[in-house]
Write a protein that binds this ligand. Sequence first.
Ligand code: AMP
Ligand code: ZN
Ligand code: ZN
Length: 429
Amino acid sequence: MDSSSSTYRMRLPLVRVTVLAVLLWTAGCATTPSTAPTPSTRHSVVLISIDGLAASALARGNTPNLDRLAAEGVHAAWMNPSYPVLTFPNHFTLVTGLRPDRHGIIHNSMRDDAVGGFKVADKAAGADARWWQGEPIWNTAEKAGLRTAIWAWPGNAAPIDGRRPTRWVPYSPEISSLERADQVAGWLTEPAATRPHLAALYFERVDNVGHDKGPDAPETLAAIREVDAAVGRIMQALDARGLRTSTDLVVVSDHGMAPVAPDQYIALEDMAAFEQAEAVSTGQVIGFNPRPGHEAAAGHRLLGRHDHYQCWRKQDLPARWHYGRHPRVPAIVCQFDEGWNALPAEQLQRVPKDRLNRGSHGYDNTLPSMRAVFVAAGPSFRRGATLPAFDNVDVYPLLATLLGLAPARNDGTADTFAPVLAPRADMPH
Ligand code: AMP
Ligand code: ZN
Ligand code: ZN
């Protein structure tokens, strides 16, 4: 499905959407606690993700637009990613405020007895609502009658709880960073009657190049400058129409990136024999399901500390990871040390060493290299304020606050942002 047609399809039945919105708004009012703030009609919130942008990449001369945004608003020392430090689990945490163990996207690659297999590249799985548990912010907003427009955020293609964003664009890697920025800027500068109250935008370029070349390679720095310029395009478009004063921009990343030396790869088959256990994933967080009758042997082989990785039964994982209760988490989870990866032996033999990834994430979420970015500016934020590090589960309740909505149940808190929020003229306070 091409992006423009999906956007169009969502726009055509405007009358029906409006009637539905009124009905949903009424329904929303009936279930919303009476203390819930009233959504503003003219204010917009924009959530932008720069996949794989490390907190340490800011203020180094490659991000002039993000640095200006930080000076005009708020930035955190860094934001802690949730475990496991992978793209889909963290993107869905950012928009639900739930830890991966609670929203069900427990890995980029997973298996569910009832639903089947999930892989990031599998479009059908991405569009299957059974994988996506919890309430993404676009549903919280749509339920209250607000318009949302979501550009390729993981989960936006699935009718979660029977709902979709008013407009959504599927993941479209062929569309350049600047073109995406122009599309989203186009939405945000429409007349107030159609302009989205919430827009979200996803950039994968920094992650892609960071994996390929390593976090500090000149190519990665160029990718960072490219995506920074795309964010700058949105700022300019809003500035040109005087809309910065009614638009909150929130820029985040899902995780950072660690360098990987070419010889820091281990064959999956050297961890556990194929006959003993099935590896559900590759990379840095490897889930194994022992094969029936081989449970004891697989446990004996895998559990405990090894050179470059450590394995636990899912119920024994360190508590600080908040991980291991969801049925989709495999029985044994192995966490690799920073800079190390596991791949199938066949892949290690076939791919020349100099073509293997030179950057990876998926390591312990307390490592400095995994720290994510948080920068925000707009009418809701104080100017030039800073925040200490916080967990990324707090972003969903923040977005709900910015939209004037009562958040669904989540693992975070908007209190984190109390010191940096400014009173807004259009909101009761
Ligand atoms: P990873 O680095 O394995 O955590 O996965 C991140 C990569 O997944 C990104 O760099 C994108 O190339 C890709 N990606 C992101 N969103 C999607 C999507 N919705 N569908 C397919 N691939 C995606
Ligand atoms: Zn990512
Ligand atoms: Zn990645």
